[in-house]
Design a protein around this ligand. Structure first.
Ligand SMILES: C[S@@+](CC[C@H](N)C(=O)[O-])C[C@H]1O[C@@H](n2cnc3c(N)ncnc32)[C@H](O)[C@@H]1O
Length: 229
C-alpha cells in the first residue's frame, strides 16, 4: 500500500487519513468518530455488551480509532475486552500524533490514545485492568490464528479500492475466526460483499448506516438459540 498520505478533517471535526493515490479515506468524510461510534461501538460492541469478557478482532488497525473508542467504552462500562488489531501497514508516530482524537472527545490528555498507539507490536499489553491489547503487524492474507473471537470489526478499505478484501475467501476466514454467535460489523453494504458473507455461512443484517451512508452490515455466525445478552 502506498504511503502518500494527507491528514484531513471530516465533517464532525475529527481527523482522518486520505490516500490521494487511491482517492480513499480511512474513515467516512461525513465524520470519522461519528462513523466509528455508529458502526463499531453502537452496532458491534454495545450489541454484545455485558458478556463476561468480549474478544475483538479488528481487520485494519490503522489510526487505532476503533480500539481507542472500545477502550473508552470498557472504562465507562467496566466491560472486560481483549482486543487484537491486525495491520499490514502501521502508521508512523508523526502521522498518528496528529489525529488528536482525545481532544475531539473532550479528554484532557492524549495519554490513553498514545498508550494504545505506542504499544509494541506482537505483544499482549494490559492497557488497563479491563482492556488487553495485541497489535499484529501482518496482512490478513498471511495471518493465521486458532483464536476464536466474539466480535470482528471489519475495517478494510472499500471494495472499489481493495476488491480482494471483501471476497468469499476472506469472509470464510472471518467466519472461522468467530465463535458461534459471534458478530462481524462493517461500514460496507455492497451487494456482492453481502452475498459473499451469506455464502460463507453468516446471517446478514442490513442496518441504518451512519450519517451520509444509507446502510451498514452486521453479520452473525448464527445458532438458533442466539441471544445478545
Ligand atoms: C479503512 S482503513 C481503517 C483503519 C482503522 N480501522 C482506523 O480506524 O484508522 C483500512 C486499514 O486496513 C489496512 N490494510 C489494508 N490492507 C490490509 C491487509 N491486506 N491486511 C491487513 N491490513 C490491511 C490499511 O493499512 C488501513 O490501516
Amino acid at each position: 500500500m502506498n504511503k502518500n498520505i494527507e491528514i484531513r478533517t471530516t465533517k464532525d471535526g475529527s481527523k482522518t487519513i486520505y490516500l490521494p493515490d487511491f482517492d480513499e479515506n480511512y474513515h467516512s468524510f461525513h465524520g470519522a468518530i461519528q462513523e466509528a461510534n455508529h458502526v463499531f461501538i453502537k452496532n458491534g460492541l454495545d450489541f454484545l455488551m455485558h458478556r463476561d469478557s468480549i474478544s475483538i478482532f479488528e481487520m485494519g488497525f490503522g489510526t487505532g480509532l476503533n480500539a481507542f473508542l472500545s477502550y473508552l467504552r470498557s472504562k465507562d462500562s467496566n466491560q472486560v475486552i481483549q482486543y487484537v488489531g491486525l495491520e499490514a501497514y502501521p502508521l508512523d508516530k508523526h502521522i498518528y500524533s496528529e489525529m488528536a482524537y482525545s481532544r475531539q472527545l473532550g479528554l484532557v490528555s492524549e495519554q490513553f490514545y498514545f498508550d494504545l498507539m505506542d504499544a509494541k507490536w506482537g505483544q499482549f499489553i494490559d492497557v488497563s485492568e479491563n482492556f488487553q491489547l495485541l497489535k499484529i503487524k501482518s496482512s490478513i492474507e498471511e495471518w493465521e490464528s486458532d483464536q476464536k473471537f466474539d466480535l470482528i470489526y471489519f475495517d478494510a478499505f472499500g471494495p472499489r479500492v481493495q476488491t480482494e478484501m471483501w471476497n468469499l475467501e476472506i469472509m470464510v476466514k472471518m467466519f472461522k475466526l468467530l465463535k458461534t454467535n459471534g458478530v462481524l460489523v462493517t461500514y460496507c453494504a455492497q451487494g456482492q460483499f453481502k452475498r459473499n458473507l451469506k455464502e460463507a455461512g453468516f446471517e446478514v443484517n442490513s442496518l441504518p448506516g451512519p450519517p451520509g451512508k444509507r446502510e451498514m452490515t452486521r453479520a452473525i455466525k448464527i445458532n438458533k438459540n442466539f441471544t445478545t445478552n
